[in-house]
Design a protein around this ligand. Sequence first.
Ligand code: HEM
Length: 400
Amino acid sequence: MEYLVVAAYAALALFSLLFSYLVWSRFATKPHNLPPEAAGARLFVGHLDVVSGRVGLPHVNLATLADKYGPIFGIRLGVHPAVVVSSWELAKELFTTYDASVSSRPPIKAGKHLAYDHAMLGFSSYGPYWRQLRKLVSVELLSARRVELQRSARASETALLLKDLHARCGSGRAMVDMKELFGELSMNAVLGVVAGKRYSGGDEAEEARRCRRVMRDFFHLAGYFVPADALPYLGWLDLGGHERRMRRTAKELDDIVGEWLVEHRQKGNSGKDFMDVMISVMEGADLQSHYDVDTIIKATCGNLISGGTDATAVVLIWALSVLLNNRHVIKKAQEEIDKHVGKERVQMVQIVLATLLQSFDLSTPDDQPIDMTESAGLTNCKATPLDVLISPRLPPTLYT
Ligand code: HEM
């Protein structure tokens, strides 16, 4: 009984301290040149509802606020003040003139659980480790040889997609879920360059699905701003179970990338893919960090593959959805592509879309508009399949 009384007093004292801190931080004198703060902040959680995903999608909520408060405004995410910028001019100024001030990234639960405790480039904060790794990735991924490899990976993946789609059509037309196919295409394109892998159908279909699901879960969960990120004193509580799901996905990603690392070490360094390059560069590297070499390699390759797969697939999926809801643009694009565009002039998203439009007539079942419902996450994927009716518009020899 005595124990309960002491615990109750301790909880009360903690609550009073917390309450005083929140009231103080709300009304303490603040610098004058802050952007306007959006109304509707609640005492403890601030504007957490805007980004939590519980009430609407975060980017839609933020866009509504931007319409009201303009291109720069403030919100509070629990105890953290944040600034929301939504004009490209301001974003450009921030990432050029004020680069050093906006390049840091706060530690968050997704970075801890999903990104090898912030070892992934996309989660780590500005500093010597980020700079060294960023340089390595830019130099090695953008070297003339690797850009050439990426170009041929894109071209061969696109050619395989065309061949597959043409075969599905037989002598007529076929219905395909382009969401699935774009996911596989972009995963294989980036997997080849980063880890020298390619998943085809048959025995590997299951492994490919698993890998794609893990990449998708990664991006879905990475977009969660969990309660403990906003209210650090709740750090010991996993409200909603997001952190448990993050740990599970991180383990699956680590299993996949870890297996590739073992394979690469066993077969010796053939110098062909980015993982080979990282293994040899890391041997003599003096990276200023506390992470071990294997963690850095797995984190970087895992980041490139998850980032490359998901971002590219999501852009392709939305681009085709918007086109299908504006069929007159497809017609115009097909005429222009037929007339002007050569194979060497376009990048991944453009080359895939242009090739698809050039090679197939596209429509939807019963000519229904595409459902544009979005799902939450660091990238906002289409929530439903992208079912498209395709029929070839070129002579059969051009699909082989
Ligand atoms: C259409 C395709 C893509 C889009 C729209 C896109 C978008 C973005 C954006 C907006 C960021 C900045 C995130 C931030 O500031 O926190 C980013 C970062 C990043 N992206 Fe992409 N991305 C695409 C393709 C790729 C590909 C193909 C790869 C890898 C092969 C990749 C790897 C990365 C990495 C590693 C970062 C973190 C960079 C850093 O911390 O400096 N992305 N991407």
